[in-house]
Every structure is written in structure tokens, then in C-alpha cells.
Write a protein of this length. Structure first.
Length: 219
């Protein structure tokens, strides 16, 4: 016999919870700061949204094409980009460009965004932070940010542990092109910029890089 009381209908609570989790997961996936995360064993998917003519953040109302005009393209690391393109199997049809400019409020120290003009990925680096890095630290920072393309996509329930894992994976990838000491130095400078307060993420990232450093010294 059908239950006429909707409040007592079996499974209705579980259905609502499942719906809310799926909705939250989709929201986080769309608005998570890293524009693209993918499996490095498969070719990168092309950007799905034309961010060039949409605000990166609605509250700022600033479009990517406007941001690019404020900065300058970094052409000093084309060889590095070529190596990373080959390593990550980025199709030739997708551009990978680095722009340095007054992007602190948009990108913090660095951020990858999708673009259809040009079609590909743009790495925005804050010029005030970037200009104070050594040449090897710049390589470490660029490799770290592009290393986020190796993060596996997570569709439901981002957590602090997931975000830390993503950072550690990107740090580890950066050590393919720069010494662990250079990545450690970048992290120290980022930490100092934000007040030098202790954090679990900072400690775990440094521990990972120290292990990589130690393992290389033992070879």
C-alpha cells in the first residue's frame, strides 16, 4: 500500500542528501580556482568555456583579455614550456602562455586560467612577487603552477586535505625542472608574504620536498 505521508516516505531523506551533495560538488568543480585539472596519462581536454569575455570573478568584473593588456608576455621560458608541453602531452592546438602583470588580487602569486583567445591555457603571475625570484625560483614557480595540470579531477567535496595533496603533487612535479631547494625557497617567500604564520599545508609541503632532496643526495 502506498504511503500517503510524504514526511515518512522511505528513502526521501537519503535522496535529498544525495541531491544536495551532487549540487555542492558541481558548484565546487565549476568555481574551484584552478581552471583545469586532469590526468597526465591522457591528453588535456580543451577549455570548455571562453573566459576571455567573461569575468574571472563576478565581483571583480575583470575579463581575461583586459588582464592580458595590463601585463606582458614572458618569453624567457619557451624552452621550459616546450618541455612541459611534451611531458604532459599537451596538443599542439592548445597554446600555453605566461603573462606577468599586476595580478595579485586575481591570481595571488600565480594561477592557470582557460582561454579561447588564444585557445589554451594562460598562466598569470603577479609581477611584484615574480620579479624578486631568482632564475631557478622562477622555473620552480612556473613548473609548479603548470604542475597543477597533473591533479586528478575531483567532482565531489573538496577538502583541506585534497587541496594540500594538489599542492604537494604540483611541488613534486616542479622538481623535475628545478631543485627541491628552489621550490622550498618559493614556498618560504610565499609564506613570508602572507605573514609567515605556521600552517599544516606549509609543513607538509616542506616535508615532502625535503624527502625528495634527501633521496637525490643519497643516489
Amino acid at each position: 500500500m502506498e504511503n500517503d505521508n510524504p514526511e515518512r516516505r522511505p528513502g526521501s531523506g537519503l535522496t535529498l542528501v544525495a541531491f544536495l551533495l551532487i549540487a555542492l560538488g558541481l558548484f565546487l568543480f565549476v568555481f574551484y580556482p584552478h581552471s583545469t585539472v586532469t590526468n597526465p596519462d591522457h591528453p588535456l581536454k580543451p577549455p570548455s568555456t571562453d573566459h576571455s569575455y567573461e569575468p574571472l570573478y563576478p565581483e571583480h568584473g575583470i575579463r581575461l583579455n583586459e588582464l592580458l593588456k595590463l601585463g606582458r608576455q614572458d618569453n624567457e621560458h619557451e624552452d621550459l614550456l616546450s618541455q612541459i608541453r611534451e611531458d604532459l602531452k599537451i596538443p599542439q592546438g592548445l597554446e600555453v602562455k605566461i603573462f606577468v602583470g599586476p595580478y595579485a588580487n586575481i591570481s595571488s602569486e600565480g594561477r592557470i586560467v582557460d582561454s579561447n583567445h588564444p585557445f589554451g591555457f594562460i598562466l598569470l603571475l603577479d609581477e611584484w612577487f615574480y620579479r624578486d625570484l631568482t632564475p631557478e625560483e622562477k622555473i620552480a614557480l612556473i613548473s609548479h603552477e603548470l604542475g597543477h595540470l597533473t591533479n586528478e579531477a575531483v567532482f565531489l567535496m573538496y577538502s583541506s586535505d585534497t587541496l594540500i595533496r594538489f599542492q604537494i603533487e604540483a611541488d613534486t612535479y616542479a622538481t623535475k625542472y628545478a631543485k627541491p631547494e628552489a621550490m622550498i625557497s618559493v614556498i618560504n617567500k610565499v609564506n613570508a608574504k602572507h605573514g609567515g604564520l605556521p600552517s599544516r599545508q606549509y609543513d607538509l609541503r616542506i616535508q615532502n620536498l625535503e624527502k625528495i632532496k634527501q633521496s637525490r643526495q643519497e643516489r
